[in-house]
Design a protein around this ligand. Structure first.
Ligand code: MG
Length: 342
């Protein structure tokens, strides 16, 4: 039997960042994400957002194509969240951002049907959500100084490195602010470069180092971690729960993103497995609207480090959801994800 109760609709969202957003792999200011809506027979709608990344093999077009296949595998019972995520993975493997949008939409729908926010459905205390970082993309000295000013509500900054002017970038940010600084090299350094950077990072007071080396260089990550004075966190090396065992003993933590792992339940599994191994848990995002950010934000009471600034970097966020107050993630109190159109 197919899906007599649920209907799926998908719409491309054109998003623009305030500044061109550049990391070690390149940059731009125009982004396309996909707004997914699941409607039940009573007219209740659950929403989710897919933020496809070419780096992980997805485009807006591939998401739309994948969704048309997943549409034929919608659950008869929307409360069968676990079964639905399993089935989508079987119908078409990969396509994690497309599946994560469906997962978020189904969780949103169930929360709305029950009249409770998702964090309450999971038994989480929203006051436990940590502070969020604000990311300063690679830019000219002048623009980076302006970005530090714009990041005023955020107590912690994340700096993108992995360029031939890393030292200048660090110095520019450090001269502009006394805030805590974390660094993300986005897989751009070699083991030798990363080890040479460690004393520099220490001198500038960097408190966390994300993905210094290419994703598969786990022994290199271990060598960097042995010499590092700050935690080393895997992002590009850790997509799903299956990646965690190989990282144990080689990094201090993992960065979970819905667009990499494929769904909210997979994110919860990753948190549990990382905890079992004593790993620090971070939750991050792509450039996406407050819809996708808020879906990820519902897991934040369970994590140590939050990097959910994707919507804050937008010039024209089409949704209202999670906000930041005194640097902390504030979850919306409406049912489901608690997101509405702006
Ligand atoms: Mg990262």
């Amino acid at each position: 039997m197919t899906h007599p109760h649920l209907r799926l609709e998908a719409e491309v969202l054109e998003l623009r960042t305030t500044h061109s957003f550049t990391i070690a792999r390149g940059g731009r200011s125009d982004y396309r994400t996909i707004w997914v809506r699941l409607r039940d027979e009573d007219g209740t709608e659950g929403w989710g957002e897919a933020a496809p990344s070419r780096y992980y093999g997805e485009t807006p077009e591939s998401v739309l194509a994948a969704l048309s296949l997943y549409a034929a595998a919608l659950p008869d019972d929307p409360f069968d969240l676990e079964g639905a995520e399993r089935r989508w993975e079987t119908v078409l493997h990969g396509n994690p951002s497309a599946r994560s949008a469906l997962s978020a939409a189904l969780h949103d729908l169930v929360g709305k049907r029950l009249g409770v926010p998702l964090y309450r459905l999971w038994g989480l205390n929203p006051a436990r959500a940590p502070q969020s970082t604000f990311t300063i993309g690679i830019d000219t000295v002048e623009v980076m100084r302006a970005k530090v000013t714009e990041a005023e509500p955020y107590p912690v900054l994340k700096i993108k490195l992995g360029t031939d002017r890393d030292l200048e970038i660090l110095r520019t940010i450090r001269d502009a602010t006394a805030k805590e600084i974390r660094v993300d090299a986005n897989a751009a350094w070699t083991e030798k470069q990363a080890i040479a950077m460690l004393p520099v990072l220490r001198e500038f007071g960097v408190t966390l180092l994300e993905q210094p080396l290419p994703p598969r260089d786990l022994d290199g990550l271990a060598a960097v971690r042995r010499r590092a004075t700050m935690p080393v966190v895997a992002d590009e090396s850790c997509l799903t729960v299956a990646d965690i065992p190989a990282l144990v003993g080689k990094v201090d933590g993992i960065n979970i993103k819905l667009a990499k792992c494929g769904g909210l339940r997979e994110a919860l599994r990753m948190i549990a497995v990382a905890r079992a191994h004593g790993l620090l848990v971070m939750v991050g995002c792509m450039i996406e609207s407050s819809l996708g950010i808020t879906a990820a934000a519902h897991v934040t009471p369970l994590v140590d480090v939050v990097d959910l600034d994707g919507a804050a970097l937008l010039a024209d966020d089409p949704f209202v959801g999670t906000t930041i107050a005194e640097g902390r993630v504030v979850l919306p109190t409406g049912p489901g994800l608690g997101v509405r159109r702006r």
